[in-house]
Design a protein. Structure first.
Length: 206
């Protein structure tokens, strides 16, 4: 019960968080904050992603976009299980949509969120058995010196990372953005070798 109570407190504090506007590390967030997370004291599976996109900022729910469609396909689940907070937690590196860069792409996740919230959040989710670590920013945080020089090399090393001792287990993934379709074509082992293990683990944990 203590973990659940702690998580409820953290959820309320995160919902009211304005650190990236009132005390930013660099330029302040260019719009009103809208933190998007899915927290759970009972889930055994967590998605550790990058940051919400513009569509997620509008909806207030994680992965309500084409990236979410692809991610759910990778995992082999539908929206009912995906948005069941009793089964699945979602904790991105940045909780708010960071805005767009000059080319129209998303800016990197805000740097304020992870140092402020992540240690307390993961300490309050003690039942986690597997964390899906999506993209280079999440991999840098969760894998630290165990990650390789590039995202491709890190994901290629998924078996060693998945088999390492200790809990929770970590499984690195590329970002499910449709901009990464070329990467998927160049790395067919991701679909043939990694995805069957991912889907099996998701079935076990949800």
């Amino acid at each position: 019960m203590a973990a659940a109570a702690d998580l409820d407190i953290l959820a309320r504090e995160i919902a009211q968080c304005r650190i990236c506007v009132e005390n930013p590390i660099s330029s302040p967030l260019p719009h009103e904050p809208r933190p998007v997370v899915q927290l759970s004291s009972t889930a055994r599976l967590c998605i550790a992603g990058q940051a919400p996109g513009a569509r997620v900022h509008e909806s207030g729910k994680p992965f309500t976009d084409r990236s979410g469609d692809r991610l759910r396909n990778w995992m082999g689940i539908g929206e009912v299980d995906f948005y069941d907070a009793d089964k699945l937690a979602i904790v991105p590196m940045g909780f708010c949509f960071p805005g767009n860069d000059a080319k129209g792409g998303d800016l990197p996740p805000r740097k304020e969120c992870a140092p402020r919230w992540h240690d307390a959040l993961f300490s309050s989710m003690p039942k986690l058995e597997l964390i899906l670590v999506i993209g280079q920013y999440a991999q840098h945080w969760h894998l630290q010196n165990e990650r390789s020089k590039t995202l491709t090399e890190t994901v290629q090393n998924w078996r060693n990372l998945f088999d390492r001792p200790g809990k929770p287990t970590v499984l690195p993934l590329p970002h499910p953005s449709w901009r990464n379709s070329g990467w998927l074509r160049k790395n067919p082992w991701f679909e043939t070798d990694l995805l069957p293990v991912l889907k099996s683990e998701v079935r076990r944990l949800i």
